[in-house]
Ligand binder design. Sequence first.
Ligand SMILES: NC(=O)c1ccc[n+]([C@@H]2O[C@H](COP(=O)([O-])OP(=O)(O)OC[C@H]3O[C@@H](n4cnc5c(N)ncnc54)[C@H](OP(=O)(O)O)[C@@H]3O)[C@@H](O)[C@H]2O)c1
Length: 271
Amino acid sequence: MKQQIGFIGGGQMAEALIKGIIASGLYQKENILVAEPNDFRRNHLEKVYSVRTYPHNHTIFDASRLIILAVKPQTMKSLLEDCKDRVRPDHILISIAAGLPISFYMKTLGKKETKMIRVMPNTPALVLEGASALSKNDNVSDEEMRLAEEIFLAVGEVVILDEVHLDAVTGLSGSGPAYVFSFVEALIDAGVKAGLTRIVSEKLALQTISGSIKLLRESGEHPAALRGKVTSPGGTAITALHVLEKFGFHGIIMDIVESAVIRSKQLGKLE
Ligand SMILES: NC(=O)c1ccc[n+]([C@@H]2O[C@H](COP(=O)([O-])OP(=O)(O)OC[C@H]3O[C@@H](n4cnc5c(N)ncnc54)[C@H](OP(=O)(O)O)[C@@H]3O)[C@@H](O)[C@H]2O)c1
């Protein structure tokens, strides 16, 4: 059985991780500690997940070695300044805050021995289907990194990368759900334009997307090969794909990811 795990911040993302950790049996409920100033959120987490909650952070640092920092990026500096005297050399700090580089935590805490892991998760983690990228500093051992990896495996897929790649991750999987939601929305509108009711169009569009992903995963085939199989000579799909390529679909997707990567780099430099 694992030791205790502490969360600083009991918001949406912390809740998703707690849900996944409990469902996977990684930690017992009574070994999950959450510091959260909001009474409503504390009551909610206690009632739904039977975890132990506290209105302040100090108990968490005293009781847990593994600590997940799950507050908004704009709150992080004051949180670190408030807690820095309680951070011990054996603590493993895992931050899920978007955009803040490991150097930010090291500078604010002012302790060169701090074990720091930075994670870029995405919103499907809320339904245990996330994609998370993890980076660590040199103070974190491979064994300690495996403890962090297990947590994020409980809410989806995990990759471990050097921090230099986290801007690319932000552009692809971090912001990715926004692109997918836009695509689905457009597909639903297109069905409505073609004469379907919104309810029918929504049902068909969603199932088409999730079914296609399942087919991709289960067949193991390249997307281009599967696309080839649904394009019969002179048919509807190839006619539609012609329009897609005339407007530069591949180029647009590559441009949007690239623009998000550039923005992520800009935001990181502001810290
Ligand atoms: N949601 C996502 O899909 C997503 C995706 C990728 C990354 N992230 C990252 O995950 C982090 C958390 O996001 P979220 O969506 O879970 O935010 P959230 O729902 O706002 O949760 C943050 C929680 O932390 C609490 N808090 C604020 N200051 C605190 C302190 N000093 N000590 C303890 N708790 C404190 C907040 O309480 P109050 O509301 O009372 O301030 C709030 O309940 C963010 O840094 C975000 O960048 C989120």
